[in-house]
Write a protein that binds this ligand. Structure first.
Ligand code: SF4
Ligand code: SF4
Length: 626
């Protein structure tokens, strides 16, 4: 299987390539750079922010560092081909992404309503990307320049690489490769694969012949497959049989491991979709080099004074690692970035903090986050030689922290201490969510965190308090959260700091009954916790929880005798009630909760006493208008 070393023998751009101040978005900018054409044009659904947290910028800068001329078409008008031809015909390929978020997630709420804003658009304009952006963009690229290879990537491509459940149309859809008619799909961390593909195209190879790059998927006419390839149940089967769909989801996740994952193939109506094993994770050196590419770290000047909320949220934060071995059922990370933690060196992270301090206007001395998908997995991972012993666990933390897992928090503590000492840095906050079961392995870490790095609130995600939902989520027992809370309060008191935990809970996750939500609401009331923002479960493509939602079967459990059935709160009414339990204190929810409590035989919880959940309706009070 072919794979590129990311930066080759040397930093190409440092020796003979002058990086562009920002990647060009217009012919005028190409002229200023003295370019007659682009080698690669990246088309994306987000505004172009030249910062490593934005996918198109990251991939663009990596390709630039390998000597390619990269142009950006951000948030084009998809109703015609004009915007797609703005930079001319690319010499090698179009790279197409929906943006940092799946376009359907970006455009619709969990209740199916259109969102009124988009954090990745200038001034949060809501309509700058289409539904199913990959399909729309690929059609227009083909219309603009027929015959140019099209490679799709990013989260939408990644999570829709095989047949997947689509919540918005309530059906199993084909691999996005077939619907977009793209030539190649890159999933997961795309750097290695995109460099390899670009090199091979530039040396004259046909895209149709690129069939051996890790981290890619492609479609071919159905034929016999040999070798170490896992055949998934066909699209026709999984689209009509939910249990087979759940089984296929589990198979995909089991093979999503970069060390021992095997190639997958899935038949779709006379075509086979091949998904090659995931790309090899980046080494610390490669990750350092990537994050230290010459990003301007701000939006392209074309946006002038427009505010891009997604950038404002992260501009003073630093990514220290990628990946997560948590394996929460509702999270797509395992099948996108993967379970192996890739960490940057402390030196590289400190250099980035200094760069923010010295070059970013408006920096007040506060770093808003040193994190990644979680706050506290830096430099952790499996101690076992995975080449020899294949591990099929879907989580290294559930049902309990694996004995083979290196859980030392010392490198993270050292990193925090060094970062705090940098001149001009007043405070380092931790904004990423802390995995509390893991943090309990190191009371030194909790002490360090609580004493120095909490800006009033610390995010943790117990997600529920009842055993059944927690089991289906693959999350730890609530008792571990209570232990973490005790430590948090103890160290906060020792540091004389008034600060709070901000616990996150999910409403309407598969496996959650009305009774479970009632218990959660009572627990919140007993702990005097009032939640402002409520997360309702959203069945995003390819997660285990989405497979539960669609099939009513828990794919994390054995499939013997048809599998373990799960209660699924379906439909707006059930989902709204679960959400209302989380916000039991909001008067808007009281009529709904009173009705539910009566139905559940819990009228004793309606009243004006301390032990009641919602107050009784006052006599003579008129009903609120709808
Ligand atoms: S700990 Fe966070 S990032 Fe990791 S799998 Fe769970 S939700 Fe996803
Ligand atoms: S052996 Fe343990 S630590 Fe290693 S991958 Fe498996 S579950 Fe994770």
């Amino acid at each position: 299987m072919a794979e590129s070393s990311l930066y080759g023998r040397r930093k190409y751009w440092a020796k003979r390539f002058v990086p562009a101040p920002v990647l060009p978005m217009s012919r005028k900018e190409m002229d200023d750079l003295d370019w007659d054409s682009c080698d690669i044009i990246l088309v994306g659904g987000d505004a172009y922010v030249d910062h490593p947290s934005f996918g198109a910028a990251l991939i663009g800068r990596v390709l630039e560092a390998r000597g390619f001329r990269v142009g950006i078409i951000a948030q084009p008008d998809w109703k015609g081909p004009a915007d797609f031809s703005a930079l001319g015909r690319p010499n090698l390929m179009f790279g197409v992404t929906s943006g940092n978020v799946d376009s359907m997630v970006s455009r619709y709420t969990a209740d199916g309503r259109r969102r009124s804003d988009d954090a990745y658009s200038p001034d949060q304009q809501p309509d700058l990307r289409p539904d199913r952006a990959l399909i729309a963009y690929c059609n227009r690229c083909r219309q603009a320049f027929e015959g140019v290879p099209i490679v799709i990537g990013g989260i939408e491509a990644s999570l829709r690489r095989v047949a997947h459940y689509d919540y918005w149309s309530d059906k199993v859809r084909r691999s996005i490769l077939l619907d977009s008619k793209a030539d190649l799909l890159i999933y997961g961390n795309a750097e290695r694969a995109v460099v390899e593909v670009a090199w091979r195209l530039s040396s004259g190879e046909e895209i149709a012949n690129i069939k051996n790059v890790r981290g890619t998927a492609f479609a071919r006419p159905t034929a016999e497959t040999g070798g170490d390839v896992v055949r998934l149940p066909a699209y026709e089967t999984v689209s009509r049989d939910p249990v087979e769909f759940a089984r296929a989801t589990r198979m995909v996740l089991e093979e999503a491991h970069p060390v021992h994952g095997r190639a997958l193939v899935q038949k779709h109506e006379g075509r086979d979709v091949f998904v090659l094993p995931p790309a090899t994770p980046l080494s610390t050196k490669e990750l350092d080099q990537t994050y230290e590419l010459p990003f301007s770290r701000r939006p392209h000047p074309a946006y002038k004074d427009a505010r891009i909320k997604a950038w404002e949220m992260i501009r003073h934060s630093v990514t220290i690692m990628r990946g997560c071995f948590g394996g929460c059922s509702f999270c797509a990370l395992a099948c996108h970035a993967g379970p192996i933690i890739q960490s940057r060196s402390a030196e590289s992270i400190l250099r980035e903090i200094e760069q923010i301090r010295d070059h970013l206007p408006g920096f007040t001395g506060i770093i808003s986050d040193l994190g990644g998908p979680t706050a506290n997995m830096y430099r952790q991972g499996c101690k076992r030689d995975q080449q020899k012993k294949k591990c099929r666990r879907l989580s290294c933390l559930y049902p309990s922290v694996c004995r083979e897992l290196e859980t030392s928090h010392s490198p993270l503590i050292k990193l925090y201490r060094r970062a705090r000492k940098l001149p001009g840095i007043k405070k380092i906050l931790i904004g990423s969510g802390v995995r509390h079961d893991l943090a309990l392995r190191s009371s030194d870490y909790v002490k360090e965190l609580v004493t120095h790095h909490v800006g009033g609130h610390l995010k943790v995600a117990p997600e529920h308090v009842c055993k059944d939902p927690l089991t289906h989520m693959q999350k730890p027992d609530i008792e571990l959260f209570e232990r973490f809370r005790e430590l948090f309060e103890k160290y906060s008191a020792e540091a004389s700091k008034e600060q709070y935990l901000l616990p996150y809970f999910i409403a309407a996750h598969p496996g959650t009954t009305d009774q479970d939500m009632l218990e959660l609401a009572l627990w919140l009331k007993n702990h005097d916790i009032r939640i402002d923002q409520v997360q309702t479960f959203l069945p995003t493509p390819m997660t285990l929880a989405t497979a539960m939602y669609h099939s009513g079967i828990d794919p994390t459990k054995p499939f013997k005798d048809g599998g373990v059935e799960v209660t699924v709160p379906r439909g707006l009414k059930a989902r709204r009630l679960h959400k209302a339990f989380l916000r039991y204190h909001d008067p808007v929810n009281w009529p709904l909760l009173r009705k539910a409590l009566k139905r559940m035989g819990r009228e004793d919880l309606i009243g004006n006493g301390k032990r009641q959940l919602v107050p009784a309706r006052q006599a003579g009070r008129r009903k609120r208008p709808a």
